[in-house]
Design a protein around this ligand. Structure first.
Ligand SMILES: Nc1ncnc2c1ncn2[C@@H]1O[C@H](COP(=O)(O)OP(=O)(O)OP(=O)(O)O)[C@@H](O)[C@H]1O
Length: 443
């Protein structure tokens, strides 16, 4: 079988030798270059599956090589070796398109992990076609751009910050970045940072040892350990309390966590993706979010557009949602009549695709003859700016019921249907929420 081939670019013979030996033991053929000029020549003459380059080279720097590879060999994963503690350079390399970085002194276990991931990206191993098109639906230029970015970012190990309004598909985008990358066979662990009580956060993220606090009856691994080898998705990252922000930053920088009550740190290898519907940059300016953590998780930003910015996708999304719901309910796919389609495309969808899903689900229960008409959609009327619509002619109990339903649905959406967290948000007990959900026929 033909071996994988790696290009190693470093001006120090000792390091070149160490890298050659390590990769050689992994069954990889290596070619070396001592400077940029030599590297360009090798890239012209041979085909590689991976490139490892030092940052400082006699005739330039590693970022120039990353730029050259991005332009001429975009399929080739390139990782840079950075000086100890120079996080700025590592981030610059990731932004320029490096697949990953490793800092000096090179930890060989980390290096081997990096090489394995890079080789999974090689066209020789991935028979897998990106699944993104199948699931992030939409034919608008805006969604095409998001799909292109997903495909590109899936090939990198850089932390990505996914911005966008609530319900636009940020979690879906995070999943696709994971599923289309070299960590696809490992876990994708989503965590809603707003739904974990502040006092439990440390134990949730880092785990604990038996007996480390009252109630710690057994050893429990944290979310970082659960995501080892895979991806940790920090949803609603803006809701992380300050004390946790410091601890997370440390874990990300050190690539290690210490479970509560444990003597030793545990090495972890996770890719961090994060999202929030809030403006994280603005929170940083108001000192409500730590700038250093923002800088670490927002190496690359991917913005998911609001649905009203690509209304041309609404009919296609609606059809796919109805097909899915029809399948789940064991009935034929309901049809939307032309006026209903027009009404949907003209509606601003403050809750984006998730709101479209909710509206269609409700319409399905209301429609007759499996055809959804405008009146089945019950699209909220634009309010006069106060946020509360007057209920002309509606009896008080119905009106209050509708307000209650809206408040509950909003709390549920904000907590991604975590009922405990939603109850807390609403200032009622879990039991009271359960009672109201039943009464209002939600879920
Ligand atoms: N382009 C799309 N194609 C298909 N489904 C989509 C698309 N965008 C969003 N969805 C669906 O809309 C729903 C909401 O998406 P998701 O949970 O990813 O949003 P979100 O931005 O993470 O929301 P929040 O900010 O509230 O956490 C999901 O069911 C998701 O599958």
């Amino acid at each position: 079988m033909e071996h994988y081939k790696a290009l190693i670019v470093d001006d120090e013979p000792d390091i070149r030798e160490l890298l050659e030996m390590t990769l050689g033991r992994m069954g990889i053929d290596t070619t070396t270059a001592a400077d940029l000029g030599e590297a360009f020549g090798r890239l012209r003459d041979q085909r590689f599956d991976l490139c490892l380059t030092d940052m400082r080279l006699p005739d330039g720097n590693g970022i120039e090589l990353v730029g050259h590879i991005q332009e001429h060999h975009p399929e080739l994963p390139v990782a840079v070796i950075t000086a100890f503690g120079s996080m700025e350079t590592a981030i610059a390399a990731l932004k320029a398109g490096a697949f990953d970085f490793v800092s000096k002194p090179v930890d060989l276990t980390v290096l081997r992990g990096l090489v394995e991931k890079a080789l999974k990206l090689s066209s020789r191993t991935t028979g897998r076609q990106p699944a993104a098109e199948q699931r992030l639906l939409g034919e608008s230029p805006a969604i095409h751009r998001v799909r292109e970015l997903i495909a590109k970012l899936a090939r990198s190990q850089a932390p990505v910050y996914i911005s966008g309004e609530s319900g636009t598909g940020k979690e879906l985008v995070a999943r696709l970045i994971h599923e289309n990358g070299p960590r696809a066979d490992m876990p994708f662990v989503p965590v809603n940072c707003g739904a974990i009580p502040s006092e439990l956060m440390e134990s949730e993220f880092f785990g604990h040892r038996k007996g480390s606090f009252t109630g710690a009856l057994t050893d429990k691994p944290g979310l970082f350990q659960a995501a080892h080898g895979g991806t940790l998705f920090l949803d609603e990252a803006a809701d992380l309390p300050m004390h946790m922000q410091v601890k997370l930053l440390r874990a990300i920088q050190e690539k290690a966590v210490r479970p509560i009550g444990a003597q030793k740190e545990v090495k972890i290898d996770v890719r961090i993706l994060s999202a929030t519907h809030k403006d994280l940059g603005e929170l940083v300016q108001r000192n409500a979010f730590r700038q250093d953590l923002y800088y670490r998780i927002n190496v690359i930003e991917l913005h998911v557009p609001s649905l009203r910015d690509h209304p041309e996708d609404i009919p296609l999304l609606a059809e796919s949602i109805l097909r899915r719901l029809g399948g789940q309910w064991g009935q034929d796919t309901p049809q939307l009549d032309p006026a209903a389609i027009r009404a949907l495309t003209g509606y601003p969808f403050p809750g984006n695709v998730r709101e479209l899903e909710n509206i269609l689900e409700r319409a399905m229960t209301l429609c007759e003859g499996n055809v959804i008409r405008t009146e089945d959609l019950h699209l909220p009327q634009p309010s006069g700016g106060s946020g509360v619509t007057t209920a002309a002619g509606e009896p008080l109990p119905e009106y209050l019921g509708e307000l209650e339903r809206e408040a509950i649905l909003q709390a549920l959406e904000e907590t991604r249907w975590n009922r405990t967290a939603a109850a807390r948000k609403l200032g009622i007990t879990f039991r009271a929420l359960r009672y109201r959900l039943k009464k209002l026929g939600i879920e």
